[in-house]
Design a protein around this ligand. Sequence first.
Ligand SMILES: [Zn+2]
Length: 694
Amino acid sequence: MSTTKRVSVITTPIYYVNDLPHVGHAYTTIAADTLARARRLGGQDVFFLTGTDEHGQNIERIARERGISEQEHCDAISAAFRSLWDRYDIRYDRFIRTTEDVHRRGVLKLWARLRGAKTPDGRDAVYLGKYSGWYCPRCEGFKDEEELRQPDNVCPDHERPCEWTEEENFFFRLSAYEGWLRETIESDRLRIRPDSRRNEILGVIKQGLKDFSVSRARVKWGIAVPEQPDHVLYVWVDALSNYVTALGFADDGEAYRHYWAGGDERLHLIGKDIIRFHCLYWPAILHAAGVPVPTREFAQGFITRDGRKLSKTTGNVIDPVALVQRLGPDAARYFVLREAPYGADWDFTDSAFVGRYNADLANDLGNLVSRALTMAAKYCDGKVPPRWEPSVPEGVGPARAVDFTEMFATSVCVPNDGLAAKVLGRYEDIDFSGALTELWGWIGQFNQAIVQAQPWSLAKDPARRGELEAFLYRLLEGVRLVAVLVSPVMPRAASRIFGMLGVGEREPTPGDLAWGRLEPGRPLGSILPLFPRVDRDGEPKSGSEDAPATKTATKKQKETPVSETTPPPAPKPEAAPAAAATAATAGDRIDIAEFAKVELRAAKITAAEKIAGSKKLVRLQVDLGSDVRQVVAGIADAYEAEALVGKTVIVVANLKPAKLMGVESNGMVLAGSIDGKAVLCSFDAEVAPGTKVK
Ligand SMILES: [Zn+2]
């Protein structure tokens, strides 16, 4: 991390108050908030701006339909956005509303500059012209004839006829800025990403840019044009200007001078449907007015649901309020940023949301935290063990369990190559899923390291006390650093982990990125469940406990409903436990792909009952993490039913259901045998129900 503080502005588009917030708004705002938090964590000086666009003919119409004033309507919808951002733990520095006076004054200042501006070839940047064309009142815009659907010149976005309209407007001479725009974008002085969007914009320039009108004659709800008070300034000059007016452009305020004019980066996160306005109109307007232009614009993709376009008319929507209420803000933020690379189109499904929650958050992260703290509580008297300092190794040692954490510790400490630098770098690249994938790789290694180091065995041998403490210190530090680095995405969880580690529930700071911040001897906090497991419908699981896990069941497994499996050829009862224990003969080997078809999972027996009339069969209820199901096993001759409850066994989870003595069995328990009596397969250490066995 550099020593001089990098200064930047991060913005979302301001959202139009014609309707309540939708999930696309939440997606951009979560991304902007995460990037702002990551930059602050990296020691940067950031200003995060969002807000609402409140002018225009649509608002006039909606307010009229609702029988309230325009301002009342704007106040209500704008408040709905702010309250939604509170729910999502969005922490903006400024929420601008275009009905604010400071905005109006800023727009008029910009307008005055544009009126006096000359194009690169010496003409007026703004001129009065006659505009005629097909106008869609819903779009508040003129449409190109070829865009319209015939008959009736219907707007393709709004399914309503457009009106042929002629009016005298002010125009901005965009055509005169073609060369400047091309050069600015090609040189990456304005970095447009993803690359596909950059190419799209360069393609538009190549086709030739048209001047666009910047005032409207028939609209009252807006900022009046001083030269023509019966006109208002159109959205390109009004709404886009918020990015500078919010910072105090009107009065050349300190925030404007520091963050916009004097900053290192002016970054707009946008939707891919508005890139032309942001990547062509807006930079050209600013350039004409002599104001520094954006340095970077990043366009996010569209979200579909279950493979279909989000549409209010078909009811296929994702309600952002319901989304955040379902599993909390951390889970919602995590999911939208992890599920797909930012910038790509992606498909939302409920099962993926719940699956990721259980697999990534409840199992991987939740279990790591609870295991580390439980062991520290048990073996170190609830206190931070003595400090372990990394010795910087040449290369990486043999892959013994403890070396994983040694590698972690040292790599964190190396500024340019460490985990922290890597994860912060991914955030900086607006690669949120990459940052999280990086972190989850480490979470997996920690969980693996616990299994290999076996602290519970070390604890039995007083001579290995030092080894135990060294391991646990590293583990706790690892958990702490994961919390620090995940905090931009999941601020609440990070703060709670800090609380459990005894350092107080608070937001991580740049100083927390260093290794060894846990003070030996300090009492740890109490262990709280971070992400309680939920069932397929997102409801809390009853009777499941947060047991430790090494590796989670995959999303795919979580999504497979048991009921969808089709009935199988019924296996013979006595074959049930023995079959899987029989190895393939040497002449009949299978390849790994064939083995991979068998889904083996850890399962905890929650109930067991001998089946009346059978010598060997016992009816088991087993918890597979994602569901509890009934399995019949031929082990009653070797085990008392009551003694089975609480055991963690291995189950073939994707076996088709079968009936054994009339009782349905959904899977098979693995066992070997000694003298014909079943011996259950189990684990060397406790693993969570649902853990995949491979
Ligand atoms: Zn339209």
